[in-house]
Design a protein around this ligand. Structure first.
Ligand code: ZN
Ligand code: ZN
Length: 391
């Protein structure tokens, strides 16, 4: 009695709230990056500071990563369509992979640069006052937007926004390194700057690697965390009519989680009741587990994890022909109204429905039932036959 229940949620209101929150914080971040790029370029040109101009180029590059985030947020908020029937959450995941890679590259760049300065101390030039002023402004703005973005990212379960938040923080940290460098050279410790820079780049690399790894494993269809899978299992078991479950599979698509599962029910309920149970499981999971956005329930009458069982059993047309042929010469057999089939592993149960008029009394009913049942046990796979007389 297999029944499935699946329907992609079209344009959930949650998806649009989520998009609005992500869009707002990213637009503010882009505004900050634009502002910083402008004052760094201006400061660099007027104060003849190479370092500031390099920093300005970095802020311009940050603008592009904000645009990638805006693109990812807009795409992932779209409802599923024919080309992307599972929704667009994975587009956000792809952007996260990209941002993780950018963080790793940033870390490598910072530490290479610092190592060069350590090996060649002549290059250690204390940044001028213009760089100092810009650094202070950048630290304040970037630290604020880092916290804001991280909060929205966590609230909306967006790894992409979390990645962008960390990107903002790397900028505030590299400005902090500039400050440390100035302080260090004022205190007569010119090595402080490159050493601090290397320490910071290790931190950035760790965050970048984690984001890259999490997003890449999402693309490889890794399951949800163990306790979430356990919660899904508990929720399904709690549903009335569920006798057991197996082959529970979960995976992520951006902020969403997709679930598919085999659920065992009483083998003698109707297909529509099985379907009702499947729909109920789907509704419960979507309602009770925040991240679950779609569920596919496969209704089983038995634990069919060993796939060999029952594979060769005949389908109805073939079987009904055999059944009707076998009982053809029993008087009244032509009046069989309905043949119900019950498949159980490699056995088949048969229920015949006949009009009540064929059984005027209990003795006649019993006798006709026996005459119908006995030959049917010779039909291959048939192990159980029931005869009903119905009005
Ligand atoms: Zn359905
Ligand atoms: Zn199954």
């Amino acid at each position: 009695m297999p029944a499935t229940a699946s329907r992609p949620e079209a344009g959930r209101p949650e998806a649009s709230d989520r998009y609005q929150a992500g869009r707002r914080v990213t637009l503010i971040a882009a505004g900050i990056n634009l502002f910083l790029a402008l004052i760094k370029f201006a400061g660099g040109i007027f104060a003849h500071s190479q370092a500031l101009i390099a920093d300005a180029i970095d802020s311009t590059a940050d603008l592009f990563s904000d645009m990638a985030v805006l693109y990812g947020a807009r795409q992932s908020a779209r409802a599923p369509d024919a080309k992307h029937p599972y929704g667009h959450g994975r587009i956000e995941t792809l952007v996260s992979v990209f941002l993780g890679g950018v963080l790793l590259a940033t870390a490598a760049g910072i530490s290479l640069h610092a190592a060069q300065r350590l090996l060649d101390p002549e290059q250690i030039l204390p940044p001028g006052p213009a760089a100092l002023a810009v650094a202070v402004v950048a630290i304040a703005l970037k630290e604020w937007i880092y916290r804001y973005t991280l909060r929205v990212g966590r609230e909306t379960r967006s790894r992409m926004l979390e990645a962008n938040a960390w990107h903002q923080r790397t900028d505030s940290i590299s400005s902090l390194v500039v400050l440390t460098g100035v302080g260090g050279s004022l205190l007569g410790m010119p090595y402080l700057d490159p050493v601090a820079a290397i320490g910071v780049s290790v931190l950035i690399a760790r965050v970048g690697w984690e984001l890259l790894w999490q997003s890449a494993s999402e693309l490889a269809d890794s399951a949800l965390a163990r306790e979430r899978v356990a919660a899904i299992r508990r929720t399904i078991r709690d549903v009335e009519g569920v006798h057991g479950l197996h082959m529970l599979r979960t995976r992520r698509a951006g902020p969403d989680a997709l679930v598919d599962v085999h659920v065992q029910v009483n083998p003698h309920i109707s297909v529509s009741e099985g379907h009702r149970i499947a729909e109920h499981i789907r509704e419960r999971l979507i309602r009770d587990l925040d991240e679950v956005s779609d569920v596919l329930v496969h209704i089983d009458t038995e634990d069919d994890q060993s796939f060999e069982r029952g594979r060769t059993l005949p389908l109805r047309a073939d079987l009904e022909r055999q059944i009707r042929g076998t009982i053809a010469d029993v008087p009244g057999a032509e009046q069989v109204r309905q043949v119900l089939l019950h498949y159980d592993a490699d056995r088949i149960g048969v229920e015949l429905h006949l009009p009540l008029e064929l059984a005027p009394d209990a003795a006649a009913a019993r006798s006709l039932a026996e005459r119908l049942k006995t030959p049917l046990y010779d039909v291959p796979h048939v192990v159980d036959v029931a005869v009903h007389f119905v009005i």
